[in-house]
Design a protein around this ligand. Structure first.
Ligand code: ADP
Ligand code: MG
Length: 305
C-alpha cells in the first residue's frame, strides 16, 4: 500500500533539491554521513609534516590547525609545533603563549626539553601544542652562532619521542613565511612537506624557489624529506581564475595535490578569534567538512615510500 504522504513527500524532496540552499544542505548531509561512516587508518610510524610556503597569508596556519584538529577528532594523537613568532597556531588551538611562558624558543635556543613546554589543547583529547611566543622573532639571528643550528628542532623532537609514553601519529610544524633557519629546522625535523597553495593568480610564483630549497635540504641535511602533499586553499568556485589555478597545479603535481580543495569560508577565518579550530567551532560548516575530508585523504594515502 502506498503511504498516504508518499506523493507529497517525494515531490517536496524534488522541490527541495531544486533550490540552491536545499541542494547545499543535502550535500552537507551527504558529506557528513560519508565522513561519519569511515574509520581512518592510523600510521604505524609518526608522520612529521612541515607546513611551508614562504608566502604569508596562503593558509599555512589555518591548514596546520584544522588538519591537526581533524585528525585528533578522528582518534589520532597529534602534536602541533608552532614555529612562527606570531603564535597564530597557538592562539587557534586555545593554548597559552604570553611572552613569559616557556615555549619553542626555549627548546631551540636554550635546550629546554620539549616535554617542559608542550601544552594540551582544550580542542580535542589527544591534541597537543608546543607554543611560540614573540621571543622566537629573535631566534633566527641567535641560531646563526649555535652548534648544529639546523638540527636543533629535530634533536629536541627525537628526545621528546623517546620519553613520550604513547607515540604520536602526526606532527605538524607551522612555519613562518620565510626560508630562514627556523624553516630549515622544520625541514630537517620532518619527513614530509605539506604546501598550502592559495587559489589566486600569483599562486605558483615562488614555488620553484621553495622546491629547490627543499631539494637542497634533501641532498645535504635530510635525505628522507619528501613533498608529499599539496592542498589548495581559499578556493572560490565562482571565479574562473580559481579553477584555472587548481587545474595548473594539478597538472604540475598530479601525485601530491589532494582531491579536496578548501573553500573560502567565513567560518574558517573567524574560528581563531574564539581560540578554536573550525572543526570544533562549526563542525558541519562546509569549511570544516573540507578540512575533515582533506585529513581523511591524507590518512588514506599514508606516508610516501
Ligand atoms: P599563513 O599562515 O600562510 O600566513 P593563515 O592561515 O594565517 O596564512 O591565513 C591568512 C588569513 O586568511 C587568515 O586571516 C585566515 O583566517 C584566512 N584564511 C585562511 N584560510 C581561509 C579560508 N579557507 N577561507 C577564509 N579565510 C581563510
Ligand atoms: Mg601563519
Amino acid at each position: 500500500m502506498k503511504h498516504p504522504d508518499g506523493d507529497s513527500a517525494s515531490s517536496t524532496a524534488q522541490y527541495d533539491e531544486s533550490t540552491p540552499l536545499a541542494r547545499e544542505l543535502a550535500d552537507i548531509t551527504r558529506r557528513r554521513q560519508a565522513l561519519a561512516a569511515e574509520v581512518l587508518p592510523l600510521p604505524e610510524k609518526t608522520r612529521v609534516f612541515t607546513v611551508a610556503n614562504q608566502k604569508g597569508g596562503v593558509g599555512k596556519t589555518t591548514t596546520t590547525v584544522n588538519l591537526a584538529a581533524a585528525l585528533a577528532r578522528a582518534g589520532a594523537r597529534v602534536l602541533v609545533i608552532d614555529l612562527d613568532p606570531q603564535g597564530n597556531a597557538s592562539t587557534a588551538l586555545g593554548v597559552e603563549h604570553r611572552s613569559d611562558i616557556v615555549s619553542v624558543y626555549d627548546v631551540i635556543i636554550n635546550d629546554e626539553p620539549m616535554s617542559a613546554v608542550v601544552q594540551k589543547s582544550p580542542e580535542f583529547d589527544a591534541l597537543y601544542c608546543v607554543p611560540a611566543t614573540i621571543h622566537l622573532a629573535g631566534a633566527e639571528i641567535e641560531l646563526v652562532s649555535l652548534v648544529a643550528r639546523e638540527q636543533r628542532l629535530r634533536s629536541a623532537l627525537e628526545a621528546f619521542f623517546e620519553q613520550s609514553e604513547e607515540p604520536f601519529h602526526y606532527v605538524f610544524i607551522d612555519c613562518p613565511p620565510s626560508l630562514g633557519l627556523l624553516t630549515i629546522n622544520a625541514f630537517v625535523a620532518a619527513s614530509e612537506v605539506l604546501i598550502p597553495i592559495q587559489c589566486e593568480y600569483y599562486a605558483l610564483e615562488g614555488l620553484s624557489q621553495l622546491l629547490s630549497n627543499i631539494q637542497l635540504i634533501e641532498r645535504h641535511l635530510n635525505p628522507r624529506l619528501a613533498v608529499s602533499t599539496i592542498l589548495m586553499t581559499m578556493y572560490d568556485s565562482r571565479t574562473n581564475l580559481a579553477n584555472q589555478v587548481v587545474q595548473d597545479v594539478r597538472e604540475h603535481f598530479p601525485d601530491q595535490v589532494l582531491n579536496t580543495v578548501i573553500p573560502r569560508s567565513v567560518r574558517i577565518s573567524e574560528a581563531p578569534s574564539y581560540g578554536q579550530s573550525v572543526i570544533s567551532y562549526d563542525s558541519s560548516s562546509p569549511g570544516s567538512l573540507s578540512y575533515l575530508e582533506a585529513a581523511a585523504e591524507m590518512a588514506r594515502r599514508g606516508a610516501p615510500n
